[in-house]
Design a protein around this ligand. Structure first.
Ligand code: NAP
Length: 288
């Protein structure tokens, strides 16, 4: 298995790893902390260098866990964090970013995102992102949970052309973005990052992903000597979408990394399309 996962080009010329690690739910429990740090380090060792976080996760706790996990190996990691909408003013976003940097123990983020659209005008947030880029505190910027109307509006504002990614809910059971948002972004070179890639949202404890028990996903998994979770990830990666599964169990971390080496065949893709049909009309962007 190659040490690094494949990368995709960003509009600004840098590249983003196609498979990373989510951290929602980390940094919330002292008892789980050591295991979370170990999981993130294992992921780094296996080449899953993109780590996705947000000031929201554990109210800074997840960023602190990552800070410990990457101590002494910052240059290996590709860090993505997000600003709360209520902090995303011209000055507030700069201050929120500086707090994130302190918790992460670094002096720059690879990508900084607006977590979702709130009451602050998008123009203010984009101006803050431009200032942070100029100061070298972030390398790139983007947004999350923006549907096509909001994204179009943002892109036409000063600084909007610098947005390199939109991070949205996307997986086999939530394919709505294929109607308009995904192709629109692909035509413009804006990378789509898929959150909840195996449809097991961390914030909804007790919910079992329907993907893991679906007969068609299980059958495809059997053909590849893989698991349904790996099929769900491989399906995203094959569409040049970045996937950021969250895994705190070493078994899951290893399994997710191996998904990057899977290649689904035309037969797999056809059966998955029949079981999890693409949208036939516009659907509002789903969120978690
Ligand atoms: P997810 O990645 O779809 O699922 C995470 C859950 O699946 C965890 O319970 C994990 O268990 C389990 N899991 C991981 N790998 C597995 C495998 N190979 N087989 C079976 N189960 C596996 O959901 P998510 O954490 O909600 O989403 C991923 C990341 O996206 C988040 O952590 C966060 O970084 C980001 N996110 C962003 C937004 C946004 O608004 N931008 C919203 C939601 C999520 P263990 O932990 O026990 O290993």
């Amino acid at each position: 298995m190659p040490a690094e996962v494949r990368t995709l080009p960003l509009l600004t010329g840098r590249r983003i790893p196609i498979l990373g690690q989510g951290t929602w739910g980390m940094g919330e429990s002292a008892a789980k902390r050591a295991g979370e740090i170990a999981a993130l380090r294992l992921g780094l060792d296996l080449g899953m260098t993109l780590i996705d976080t947000a000031e929201m996760y554990g109210e800074g706790g997840a960023e602190e866990v990552i800070g410990e996990a990457i101590a002494g190996r910052r240059e290996e990691a590709f860090l993505v964090s997000k600003v709360y909408p209520h902090n995303a003013t011209r000055q507030g976003a700069v201050e929120a970013c500086e707090r994130s940097l302190r918790r992460l123990g670094t002096d720059y983020l690879d990508v900084y995102l607006l977590h979702w659209r709130g009451a602050v005008p998008l123009a203010e947030t984009l101006a803050a992102f431009q200032a942070l880029r100029a100061a070298g505190k972030i390398r790139d910027c983007g947004v999350s949970n923006l549907d096509l109307d909001d994204l179009t509006e943002a892109r036409d504002l000063p600084g909007g052309q610098a947005m390199v990614t939109n991070q949205v809910l996307y997986n086999l059971t939530h394919r709505g973005i294929e109607w308009d948002l995904l192709p629109w972004c692909q035509e413009r070179g804006i990378v789509t990052m898929a959150y909840c890639p195996i449809d097991q949202p961390t914030g909804h404890t007790g919910r079992r992903s329907p993907l893991l028990t679906h007969g068609v996903a299980q059958e495809a998994a059997r053909r590849h000597g893989a698991t349904p979770a790996q099929i769900a990830l491989a399906w995203l990666l094959q569409r040049d979408v970045v996937a950021i599964p969250k895994a705190s169990q070493p078994k899951h971390v290893r399994e997710n990394r191996r998904a990057a080496e899977l290649r689904l065949a035309a037969e797999d893709l056809q059966e998955l399309d029949e079981a999890f049909p693409p949208p036939r009309r516009k659907q509002p962007l789903a969120m978690r």
